[in-house]
Design a protein around this ligand. Structure first.
Ligand code: SIN
Length: 180
């Protein structure tokens, strides 16, 4: 997909809280038909090849909203974003909804057939993996906590993210139902 004019990119994961790229404008935004899930492996940012962390991708969910933040960026910014999101993510076209109005834009999605895709796992397992892993961009735990905080600050509800966050924050003993 060649981009030759300023384009909206919809962020639903680290793009919401980590802007290491210039943008012309940003707005809270929503896309429809997708759910955010910690189902993508990360061996370049929040894990390493021998122990991949878990980061979010989008899973098809007809009619369901996914809330995030959109950024209007110049075409050359996509070189940086493509590199940042290279571990399994591909740009796809999407309709982005704003409080008023909408725009055609793009989103980075890691599909089920990419080699780093992990898919679902029990919450306890995901939390243990997240608390254990870290990579060149920092700890996997930090990724989860920053995403949950950013969503809360935007006033969004995301039961999956908040559930993973609460498991990540629980001491291991209480997760296993034991007293300390
Ligand atoms: C995004 O934030 O939109 C993509 C996933 C990520 O980089 O965490």
């Amino acid at each position: 997909m060649t981009i030759s004019q300023p384009t909206w990119v919809f962020g639903y994961g680290s793009l919401i809280w980590k802007q290491d790229f210039p943008f012309l404008e940003t707005r809270p935004a929503r896309i429809i038909g997708w759910q955010r899930r910690f189902w993508q492996g990360s061996h370049d940012h929040r894990g390493v090849p021998q122990d991949a962390g878990r980061v979010v991708t989008l899973v098809a969910a007809p009619g369901e909203p996914c809330d995030g933040r959109a950024f209007l960026v110049e075409p050359e910014v996509f070189e940086h974003l493509d590199h940042r999101e290279k571990n399994g993510y591909q740009r796809i076209a999407v309709d982005i909804l704003f409080a008023s109005g909408r725009a055609r834009g793009v989103v980075y999605r890691a599909s089920e057939d990419n080699v780093a895709f992990l898919g679902p796992a029990p919450l306890q397992e995901m939390a243990e993996q997240i608390n254990r892993c870290s990579g060149p961009s920092g700890s996997n735990r930090d990724y989860v906590l920053k995403l949950a905080l950013a969503l809360r600050e935007l006033g969004y509800e995301d039961p999956h993210v908040f559930q993973v966050e609460s498991w990540v924050l629980q001491p291991q003993a209480s997760r296993a139902g034991k007293t300390v």
